[in-house]
Design a protein around this ligand. Structure first.
Ligand SMILES: Nc1ncnc2c1ncn2[C@@H]1O[C@H](COP(=O)(O)OP(=O)(O)OP(=O)(O)O)[C@@H](O)[C@H]1O
Length: 293
C-alpha cells in the first residue's frame, strides 16, 4: 500500500528528551490517528514531518520526496492545522487570505468561501478577537482551501466544544470520500478516533509502539479481569500491563485468542478503549517490574 509519510529511523534529541529510531509509515487514502500521553513526542514528530524541525539522523519523506530537493512541491500538497495561532493578530481573514493564497497553485476561493460560510467566520474582524474555536475553524479553512492531498493536524479537537468536535469529524469524514486524501492527526481525545480513524499510530517515551488498523486493535487487544490467584510468573507474561486490586486483577493483552486459550472462562474478557491501551502501556511494565523485583 502506498505511503504518503515515511519516517525512517529518525532520531531527535532535546535536553532530557529523545525521539528514538522512529519509523512511521502513513498510508494513502486513510485517516491515521496519532496518540500518546503528554510529552511523548507527538508535536515534535509532526514538526519533523512539516520540516519545522530537522532530524539529528534518519530520513523524513513525503509523497516519496524529501525536503532537501522538493520542499516547495511537498508544502503545496499539505494542509496543516495546528493548535496555536498562526495568524497575525491585527489582521483580518481577508488580509490573511491575501497573504496566504498566492503561495498555493491550487488555491480555490470557492472552497474558502464555503468554509467561511459554514463556520460563520467574520471576514473583517481582527483575528485577535477570535475565540479558540474560531481560530481552529479559520486554520482549518486555510488548510482545506488549496486542494491538499494530505491534511496534517496537531491536536485539532483540543479545547473545542463537543458540537464543533462532531462537526469537524464529519468534515474530515466527508473529505475522505474521493479516496485520494490522507489525514494524519494527533489527539488526546481518543474517543474522537472511534468515529473516524482507520489506523492508529501510538508512541510512548519517544518510541513508536505500533501502527495498526483500528479494527485489528479491536480484534487483538482485550482487557482481562480475574482473581489474583490466576497470576503467576508465567501467566503474567501474557500481559502488557497488569493492575492488581483487593478484588482481583485487571490486565491488557495484545493477543486475545491466546489469552482465551490459557484462561478459558475463569476470566472476563472485555473490549479495551484506546485510553486503556495507553494507560497499561505506561503503567504496565512498571507495576510488573515492581511485583517481581
Ligand atoms: N524546541 C524544544 N527544545 C527543547 N525541548 C523541547 C522542544 N520541543 C519539545 N521539547 C521537549 O520534548 C518533549 C516532547 O514534546 P512534544 O511537544 O513533542 O510532546 P507531545 O507528545 O506533543 O506532548 P503534549 O501532548 O503534551 O503536547 C517534551 O519534554 C518537551 O519539553
Amino acid at each position: 500500500m502506498e505511503s504518503v509519510i515515511e519516517l525512517n529511523q529518525v532520531n531527535k534529541s532535546f535536553n532530557g528528551f529523545q525521539l528514538k529510531d522512529l519509523s512511521i509509515s502513513v498510508k494513502k487514502g486513510f485517516i491515521t490517528g496519532f496518540i500518546g500521553g503528554n510529552g511523548v513526542g507527538k508535536s515534535t514528530t509532526i514538526k519533523l514531518i512539516m520540516n519545522l524541525l530537522q532530524p539529528d539522523s534518519g530520513t523524513v519523506s513525503l509523497f516519496g520526496l524529501n525536503y532537501k530537493t522538493h520542499e516547495k512541491e511537498i508544502k503545496q500538497r499539505i494542509g496543516f492545522v495546528f493548535d496555536g495561532n498562526i495568524f497575525y493578530e491585527n489582521s483580518t481573514l481577508v488580509d490573511m487570505k491575501q497573504m496566504i493564497s498566492p503561495a498555493y497553485n491550487n488555491w480555490d476561493d470557492s472552497i474558502f468561501d464555503q468554509y467561511v460560510d459554514m463556520f460563520e467566520l467574520p471576514l473583517k474582524k481582527k483575528i485577535k478577537t477570535f475565540s479558540k474555536g474560531m481560530m481552529m475553524k479559520a486554520s482549518l479553512t486555510f488548510a482545506l482551501s488549496h486542494h491538499a492531498e494530505l491534511i496534517i493536524m496537531d491536536e485539532p479537537t483540543s479545547g473545542l466544544d463537543p458540537i464543533f468536535r462532531r462537526e469537524l469529524l464529519d468534515i474530515l469524514h466527508n473529505l475522505m470520500q474521493d479516496g485520494e486524501k490522507t489525514i494524519f492527526f494527533s489527539t488526546h481525545i481518543t474517543t474522537d478516533l472511534d468515529r473516524i480513524a482507520d489506523y492508529i499510530t501510538f508512541i510512548h517515551n519517544g518510541q513508536h509502539q505500533f501502527t495498526k488498523a483500528y479494527y485489528k486493535i479491536e480484534e487483538n487487544y482485550a482487557i482481562v479481569k480475574g482473581e489474583t490467584n490466576l497470576l503467576d510468573r508465567d501467566t503474567e507474561q501474557e500481559f502488557l500491563g497488569i493492575r492488581k486490586t483487593n478484588y482481583g486483577f485487571e490486565a491488557l493483552t495484545s493477543n486475545r485468542q491466546r489469552t482465551e486459550n490459557i484462561f478459558g472462562d475463569t476470566v472476563v474478557i472485555e473490549k479495551p478503549t484506546l485510553e486503556d491501551i495507553m494507560l497499561y502501556t505506561k503503567k504496565g511494565k512498571e507495576s510488573y517490574a515492581k511485583s517481581y523485583s
